[in-house]
Design a protein around this ligand. Structure first.
Ligand code: S3P
Length: 172
């Protein structure tokens, strides 16, 4: 059953906020992949990157996605790098709809500049790096997505409404 909603997009695109809002508005259970991994490993994401390496973290993401795909009616806030692996995209597409939340690099910078839980940005928290990494990933995000939804200058409720409308329009 393709009934889970997977939210993908760059760090700071608003995936977690929109997932929580969708949980409230339509009763789906929200799952935050980064949080699940931290609980499972009993370690923060920065520590996992530091001690075990990024590849280990990417394996955890794939394992988690596999188990989430057996559940029903979730809204999953994916990690920013989740759609970079084609096996992850296959799992998401098989079990749900994939929504790419887009945001301008300036918006992302404003949203992430004061946080310290993203190892990839920690030493690179500047607009030029964000722009370059976003450009590098854009094609893969777009290829994974069923829908693109902009988050620039919009609140979570409005974004949720658009997501739910897009899904409702599919049904005859
Ligand atoms: C990552 C994004 C992070 C987290 C990890 C790697 C990425 O998640 O999974 O730091 O590669 O873009 P958020 O997008 O929730 O910040």
């Amino acid at each position: 059953m393709k009934d889970t909603i997977y939210l993908i997009g760059f760090m700071g695109a608003g995936k977690s906020t929109v997932a929580r809002s969708l949980e409230q508005s339509c009763g789906r259970k929200a799952v935050e992949m980064d949080e699940c991994i931290e609980e499972q490993e009993r370690m923060t994401i920065p520590r996992i990157f530091e001690e075990k390496g990024e590849e280990y973290f990417r394996e955890l993401e794939t394992g988690l996605l596999k188990s989430l795909s057996n559940e029903k009616n979730l809204v999953v806030s994916c990690g920013g790098g989740t759609p970079l692996r084609s096996c992850n995209v296959e799992i998401m597409k098989r079990s749900g709809r994939v929504i790419f939340l887009t945001a301008a690099p300036e918006t992302v910078y404003e949203r992430v500049k004061n946080s310290h839980h993203r190892p990839l940005l920690e030493k690179n928290k500047n607009l030029a790096f964000i722009e370059a990494l976003m450009e590098e990933r854009k094609e893969r995000y777009e290829a994974a997505a069923d829908y693109l939804v902009s988050t620039d200058g919009r609140g979570a409720e409005e974004i949720c409404r658009e997501i739910l409308e897009r899904i409702a329009e599919e049904r005859p």
